[in-house]
Design a protein around this ligand. Structure first.
Ligand code: DAT
Ligand code: MG
Length: 149
């Protein structure tokens, strides 16, 4: 079953959006299989965003992500990687469609509330970076037959 890594960034936590964001993925029908609340170290943030390390916004991005607690999560379901990206919306919240998390809840690209893996390979790498395998729980929600025929 497909899995993705999602993280509610420090702005989402500080703004009290944790419940609102988790609610969206729960009610969509995806399954939560990993969850932790932590303030990331600089090393973890730099590894997570290594692909952007040459970009001018990289130092500010790392400073922001390490500035407070975040909610790190792994969600499971058919097509969850692409679907979560759609639910999150475009990187710049002013360009994100209404109905998306960033489109409904944000304004600024440097305060865009949530991270989501962008492809199967990045999902696999990010899950391994943030979670030990024993921190992930495989389970079958009772509602499964009501979501899938
Ligand atoms: P996404 O988070 O939609 O995958 P990304 O991978 O291109 O976007 O960039 C990672 C994060 O870096 C993004 O969520 C916010 C920050 N960022 C991206 N482009 C930026 C820019 N032009 N100025 C400031 N921050 C930026
Ligand atoms: Mg990205």
């Amino acid at each position: 079953m497909e899995r993705t890594f999602l993280a509610i960034k420090p702005d989402g936590v500080q703004r009290g959006l944790v419940g609102e964001i988790i609610r969206r993925f729960e009610t969509k029908g995806f399954t939560l299989v990993g969850l932790k609340f932590l303030q990331p170290t600089k090393e973890l943030a730099e590894s997570h965003y290594a692909v952007h390390k040459e970009r001018p916004f990289f130092p500010g991005l790392v400073e922001f992500i390490t500035s407070g607690p975040i909610v790190a999560m792994v969600w499971e379901g058919d097509g969850v990687i692409a679907s979560a990206r759609k639910m999150i919306g475009a990187t710049k919240p002013l360009e994100s469609e209404p109905g998306t998390i960033r489109g409904d809840l944000g304004i600024n690209v440097g305060r865009n509330i949530i991270h989501g893996s962008d492809a199967p390979e990045t999902a696999q790498n990010e899950i391994a970076l943030w979670f030990k395998s024993e921190e992930l729980v495989s389970w079958q929600p009772q509602m499964t037959p009501w979501l899938h025929e």
